[in-house]
Design a protein around this ligand. Structure first.
Ligand SMILES: Cc1cc2nc3c(=O)[nH]c(=O)nc-3n(C[C@H](O)[C@H](O)[C@H](O)COP(=O)(O)OP(=O)(O)OC[C@H]3O[C@@H](n4cnc5c(N)ncnc54)[C@H](O)[C@@H]3O)c2cc1C
Length: 289
């Protein structure tokens, strides 16, 4: 197996153009598992850990430009206030070792429907920036996921960064697993409230072939909050609104039965998580969050 080790982003893109069969490796927490289990035997690995630009984040207008190689540990310690949903999800990833090595870019590269970054990226309205020697393009996260463990990258493209709007209201994430840590999500959910634009964002994980938004639930809740003047009054949410939001999130999923859980359990769990995360987010909004 060849091991390609570019030292700059330009070199990395040139290497990927020349060797489209090369498998990028960032933290390696997915790639090394596949190699160790012989699930994959690529002719070449393209090491991205030596590309310094990828491990940086910066403020880009109202958004955070999160380099693909920024670890979960850094999202938690450096961006918890600006990207609360993603940081909450990051806290649930694996173990300290996995959070030190694993990256959001790697989660996108793997594109598992169970990846924990995806619901907060969807809920926040993030865009994925991908690049090749042909140029740079960005797309909404929702368009990046194209199927089970498939994404929109062309053979010569690499993920450069994720552009994530900074939170202007509360965000909450919840994940069901068979235990508290080191667990792949049976189902997960993130909600984001944007009082400035009076919009609601959602992201569902592990309950469809790809991570996805619950669009009807978003529109329903934003409409209900508007109609009752709740964005201004911050009064208690009617139970009927919370319940209907949960039902609409549940209806947006299309889960399967598998070793981790049944489709029925996932649907039920989503309705519960949607109600709970909304209640937590609203309580925080009422307290000025
Ligand atoms: C013990 C254990 C526990 C785990 N727990 C969780 C968990 O709780 N939640 C969760 O979501 N995941 C979990 N994972 C999976 C894994 O840690 C995550 O998916 C992580 O985000 C992968 O990041 P990485 O940098 O290690 O990716 P890598 O393994 O380096 O790469 C993953 C994929 O992305 C591609 N890739 C990486 N960077 C780029 C790039 N810049 N451009 C294009 N493609 C790229 C690679 O080619 C590969 O296909 C766990 C893994 C282990 C081993």
């Amino acid at each position: 197996m060849e091991f390609l080790q570019p030292t700059s982003w330009g070199e990395a893109l040139a290497a990927k153009a020349e060797r489209p069969d090369a498998v990028p490796i960032a933290g390696g927490t997915d790639v090394m598992v596949e190699l160790n289990f012989d699930a994959r035997r690529p002719a070449a690995l393209l090491d991205l850990t030596t590309v310094a630009d990828l491990a940086e984040w910066s403020v880009d207008g109202g958004r955070i430009r999160l380099g693909a190689g920024v670890s979960y540990a850094r999202v938690i310690s450096e961006l918890g206030d600006r990207l609360p949903g993603l940081a909450m999800a990051a806290r649930t990833v694996g173990s300290p070792q996995i959070r030190n090595r694993g990256t959001v870019g790697g989660n996108l590269g793997a594109a598992s429907p169970a990846g924990d970054s995806h619901p907060p990226l969807l809920a926040a309205g993030a865009e994925v920036e991908v690049a090749s020697v042909r140029g740079v393009r960005t797309m909404p996260a929702a368009d990046f996921y194209t199927g089970v463990k498939r994404n929109a990258l062309a053979d010569d493209e690499l993920i450069a960064a994720v552009l994530i709007p900074q939170a202007v209201g509360p965000q909450q994430f919840s994940k069901i697993g068979t235990r508290n840590a080191m667990v792949i999500a049976v189902a997960s959910f993130c909600v984001s409230l944007n009082p400035r634009e009076r919009t609601v964002g959602t992201g569902i994980g592990s309950a469809a072939p790809t991570p996805r938004r619950a669009l009807e639930a978003e529109l329903f809740l934003a409409g209900a909050l508007d109609e009752a003047g709740l964005w201004e009054s911050r009064a208690d949410l009617p139970g009927s609104v919370v319940g209907e939001f949960g039902e609409k999130v549940k209806a947006a999923a299309s889960p399967v039965d598998d070793v981790r859980g049944t489709a029925a359990y996932r649907r039920r769990g989503l309705a519960v998580m949607a109600r709970r995360t909304l209640t937590w987010a609203w309580t925080s909004y009422q307290r000025g969050g």
